[in-house]
Design a protein around this ligand. Structure first.
Ligand code: NDP
Length: 369
């Protein structure tokens, strides 16, 4: 095979560019028009705060329903995404480069001194391009950080649905594919149901918008988290009943810990006196929660996410490491993130953080780490 035919599936056609841009245009317009709960973001260092319109679930349902109508009317093929996987990947990658370039230029030219748009320039081009220059850049009134993560999570579901359609079309639908699809769908719907919780996460409150986040949201989330689905299209796995039950248990436990921990922290930030597991919370220095999951291990929410990631891969059996890409990557990412967040919290909370660490010595995995 020559280089040209190897690279050919990676070259975006106009149809994949149009697909991608239509998706972003839909998210931009519908996101601004459809009503949703307005959630105040974290208070920034200059005392201001952004407000987020959390209408992601409505947007997603409307989009899937519209696509369903389009499929029934034979206006769009259900496998339109699955048939163009690599093309869409490279189109999205190209788009991410262009967006980051625009963010870099806009950031460098900004004279805004507010916390959201104040430029943070280190002088190291690679660093500034990778980590970004501004905390909350906007485009036509849309907060881009919130927009991109929403696009990535929806894109993941759209890819999965198209892969599911392809597997039904080819007659290869298996228990493994159903489990993988079901778990991911529940996870993504849950994400949008609790979209407001996203407003207090590290990415939103602390990370500037550079290539790392743009690429992470637009390319990494949808295209690598769906590897299991692509893999199952061409690999057959026989699952025993016991394996199916064990897989469902990993998902349910992971979900309980993940959602429970994130919910407890979110509720605590809104009302530090709200009961946790039915009793008044243990609060350190009036600022940190040391009850519930946050009293078992620091960043216990990461443990839940890791179990969920594992449950998305277990349907693929143990014959190949490829479908385990996501949980392995997430393990590395969350350990790294936990360390960065620990350093940030130690600096922000000082003695209060030290007291919390003494009271809750475990990180992510209780009694182990
Ligand atoms: P957290 O939601 O854990 O947020 C960290 C922040 O929470 C800290 O900076 C601090 O912020 C606050 N905090 C930490 N400990 C306490 C405490 N004991 N009491 C009160 N506040 C505390 O982290 P992330 O934003 O990184 O993650 C959110 C979710 O997203 C997680 O479940 C994670 O697994 C998931 N995630 C998933 C990824 C994926 O690729 N699947 C990638 C990244 C995250 P403050 O200064 O406000 O107090």
């Amino acid at each position: 095979m020559d280089l040209e035919s190897l690279l050919h599936p990676l070259i975006p056609t106009w149809s994949s560019v149009v697909l991608l841009l239509s998706f972003f245009v839909y998210l931009g317009f519908a996101g601004s028009l459809i009503p949703g709960k307005i959630v105040p973001g974290a208070i920034l260092s200059d005392g201001t705060r952004l407000h987020y319109r959390c209408n992601g679930l409505a947007l997603l349902i409307l989009l899937v329903a519209t696509l369903e109508v389009g499929v029934r009317m034979k206006l769009v093929s259900p496998t339109v995404i699955a048939d163009r996987g690599l093309e869409l990947l490279s189109a999205t990658l190209g788009f991410s480069f262009l967006v980051t370039l625009a963010l870099y230029v806009a950031g460098r030219n900004s004279h805004d001194q507010g916390s959201s748009l104040k430029p943070h320039i280190t002088g190291n081009i690679i660093h500034d391009w990778w980590f970004g220059i501004q905390l909350n850049p906007q485009f036509m009134g849309i907060d881009l950080k919130f927009f991109f993560v929403r696009a990535g999570m929806m894109g993941w579901l759209l890819i999965n649905l198209s892969v599911l359609a392809k597997s039904i079309q080819s007659g290869s639908l298996s228990t493994s594919m159903i489990l993988y699809q079901l778990f991911c769908m529940l996870y993504i719907l849950d994400y949008f149901f609790y979209e407001e919780y996203m407003t207090s996460t590290w990415d939103i409150i602390a990370e500037r918008l550079g290539f790392m986040l743009v690429f992470g949201d637009l390319v990494w989330i949808p295209f690598t988290f769906s590897i299991q689905g692509w893999w199952l299209l061409s690999n057959k796995v026989e699952l025993t009943k016991a394996a199916v039950v064990a897989n469902c248990l990993v998902f349910l436990i992971g979900y309980r810990v993940f959602r429970g921990a994130n919910k407890q922290k979110h509720i605590f930030k809104k009302n530090p006196k709200a009961p946790i597991w039915g009793t008044p919370p243990k609060v350190i220095g009036g600022k940190l929660l040391a009850s519930g999951y946050w009293g078992i291990a620091r960043h216990c929410n990461y443990l839940g996410d890791l179990l969920l990631a594992l449950s998305f891969s277990l349907p693929c059996g143990a014959s190949s490491p490829i479908p385990y890409f996501y949980p392995i990557y997430l393990l590395i990412l969350l350990i790294w993130r936990e360390r960065r967040d620990e350093a940030r919290c130690a600096q922000k909370y000082k003695d209060v953080w030290a007291e919390y660490c003494k009271l809750v010595p475990w990180r992510i995995l209780p009694y182990v780490y």
